[in-house]
Design a protein around this ligand. Structure first.
Ligand SMILES: C[C@H](C(=O)O)C(=O)SCCNC(=O)CCNC(=O)[C@H](O)C(C)(C)COP(=O)(O)OP(=O)(O)OC[C@H]1O[C@@H](n2cnc3c(N)ncnc32)[C@H](O)[C@@H]1OP(=O)(O)O
Length: 553
């Protein structure tokens, strides 16, 4: 039996004499979030009751996972984020990824699409097809998903300020192939709060943007029931420099705001909450990351049960996608990123993710080349089928260290959530610049640790080799695609019924003026009439205006 006296005895008899003669590597060991780590964890570090804290998988509080048998039944979805150039280029990449072993699609859109600008807009031209696929008319969605059965493959779309337009395009494409909206499965990111906080691709001011996001949640659970209308994202918060604790805290605080705003419309939480989904980063500190995922799951269950009085298990389970940490990739010695991403993917698997993207090793340099994208899938397959991490549920449970760290992250994250709630919720906190300031502070702390050598980045501040460069094949988008896209845009505009286009945009304008109307049917109608993303966005801009971020010191 381990007692505090027994631990003290071990410290004085074994540990102290040992380290007094052999100095330890550091005076203080901490996780990247700054949580101090002891030499040893024992059963004495576990607080609380097993059932209450850890429990069983598939059962409240879901610390051990949302399904009873987890990956013994089904491996997470291998969902690599991809998209570039025109719809044909992306469709070809999608089909190659599916052939290579990917089990779900994930679409990257270019900046004009994300910001509601058509490719012929002068602000858009040089960005067409650069960081994602150009997507301006529903027929382009038809090309992107050519030969992909929309009732069989689930598709994620990383789209926020124009999420309603893009989901409408997907619905229109499905319907044109005889697939009902009730059969399609996928996710739109639609997390506008984190755009203000970290990712910065917003268009409209926060209030109308929030209405737009909630309109999607409301329309989707009623009409596209298998769809996840939001992916509440900590990934971008982390990539902007937050540590793991802030990542959990701000993501769940965003989640609270979305649930509150949707429930305020009089919708019972158990009607829509099962469709919500989350998105986290997977970084290289394996134990902190696993603890983070487990803490987030437990906290969300508590939030839904205790704050929102949810009754359905499906409303309390935190379903999440993971992407390995882009900010941890190094442009130096790019091949060694494969090792990092493998550990990060293992963290996601040991943390119970539902869906996973592994970054390609060349992503600190350029968009992934085809070979690098294939290796990323192989990393997922090796973790899934060779590492043994999927044969039993939550294999790190019961590790004194991991359980302690899970508690510690939870405790610290609650304190931050309480501060956000004390400000009146995340919308108010964003207006005050609170999460932005906390993230900036954390980014500074982390960067300082790297620059001072306290945090190691192999290839950067350890084993730096200036000659080890240029071994990466750099993928570049073919500039000819712009002309191809512009020709098609002209064609679509000339072929449509101009009266119907005008009428649908007028109806949308009217709907936008009235906050109690759900906009989705109007956007869907405009898309089906052949309106472009740029035209719809311009109509909404006329009514709502554009957001300019205040500078906060
Ligand atoms: C950085 C970059 C940028 O900034 O641009 C980005 O944002 S990239 C961002 C990229 N984002 C993404 O890719 C987001 C991806 N998100 C998602 O895929 C979703 O939101 C998700 C996280 C809920 C995962 O959904 P999913 O369909 O892949 O996975 P699910 O867990 O729902 O599982 C699919 C089906 O398998 C079932 N299933 C799961 N496990 C089991 C099991 N053990 N036994 C039997 N059935 C099982 C589920 O119940 C479900 O069935 P049934 O269907 O019947 O319920």
């Amino acid at each position: 039996m381990v007692t505090p006296e027994r631990v003290k005895e071990w410290e004085s008899k074994y540990l102290q004499p040992w380290i007094s003669k052999r100095k330890e590597r550091k005076n203080k060991f901490t996780t990247p979030s700054g949580i101090e780590i002891k030499t040893l964890y024992t059963p004495l570090d576990l607080k609380g009751d097993y059932e209450e804290k850890i429990g069983f998988p598939g059962e409240y509080p879901y610390t051990r996972g949302i399904y009873p048998n987890m990956y013994r039944g089904r491996i997470w979805t291998i969902r690599q984020y991809a998209g570039f150039g025109s719809a044909e280029d992306t469709n070809a990449r999608f089909r190659k990824l599916l052939e290579a072993g990917q089990t779900g699609l994930s679409t990257a859109f270019d900046l004009p699409t994300q910001l509601g600008l058509d490719p012929d807009n002068e602000l858009a031209y040089t960005e067409v097809g650069v960081v994602g696929v150009s997507m301006f008319h529903w027929k382009e969605m038809d090309i992107v998903t050519n030969q992909i059965p929309l009732n069989k493959v689930s598709t994620s779309m990383t789209i926020n300020a124009t999420a309603m337009e893009l989901l409408s395009m997907y619905v229109a494409t499905a319907e044109s192939r005889g697939v009902s909206p009730t059969e399609i499965d996928g996710t739109v990111q639609n997390d506008i709060l984190k755009e203000y906080i970290a990712r910065k691709n917003y268009i409209y001011p926060p209030e109308p943007s929030m209405r737009y996001a909630i309109d999607i949640i409301e329309y989707s659970y009623k009409n596209i029931p298998k769809w996840h209308p939001i992916s509440i994202s900590g990934y971008h918060i982390r990539e902007a420099g937050a540590d793991a604790v802030l990542e959990v805290a701000f993501t769940l605080a965003d989640g609270i705001e979305y649930v509150r705003r949707t429930a305020e419309r009089g919708i019972p939480v158990d009607d829509f909450a099962p469709t919500l989904s989350f998105f986290f980063a997977g970084y290289t500190n394996l134990f902190e990351e696993v603890a983070k995922f487990r803490a987030a799951r437990r906290m969300w269950a508590k939030i839904m049960r205790d704050m929102f009085n949810a009754k359905k298990a499906d409303s309390m389970t935190l379903k999440f996608h993971t992407q390995t940490g882009g900010a941890e990739l190094t442009a130096q010695q790019p091949e060694i990123n494969i090792i990092r991403t493998t550990i990060q993917a293992l963290a996601a698997a040991l943390g119970g993710t539902q869906s996973l993207h592994v970054n390609s090793y060349d992503e600190a340099v350029a968009l992934p080349s085809e070979k690098a994208a294939k290796i990323a899938i192989r990393v997922q397959q090796i973790v899934a089928y060779e590492s043994g991490s999927t044969e039993t549920v939550d294999p790190l449970a019961g590790s004194y260290y991991v359980e302690w760290l899970t508690d510690e992250i939870e405790e610290r994250a609650w304190k931050i959530i309480e501060r956000v709630e004390g400000m009146g919720g995340m919308m108010k906190a964003v207006e005050r610049g609170f999460p932005q300031a906390e993230i900036a502070e954390s980014a500074y702390r982390l960067q300082k640790k790297i620059e001072e050598g306290e945090m190691i980045r192999v290839g950067v501040n350890m084993s730096y080799e200036p000659d080890w460069i240029g071994t990466t094949e750099v993928f570049r988008v073919n500039p000819e695609i712009r002309e191809r896209v512009l020709t098609r845009l002209k064609k679509y505009r000339s072929e449509r019924d101009q009266m119907k286009v005008r009428d649908s945009l007028n109806a949308l304008r009217k709907a936008a003026e009235n906050p109690s109307v759900n906009l989705f049917p109007y956007v869907l109608d405009a898309i089906k009439k052949g309106c472009t993303v740029g035209e719809i966005s311009s109509t909404l801009r006329e009514i709502w205006g554009e957001y300019k971020e205040p500078i906060i010191f």
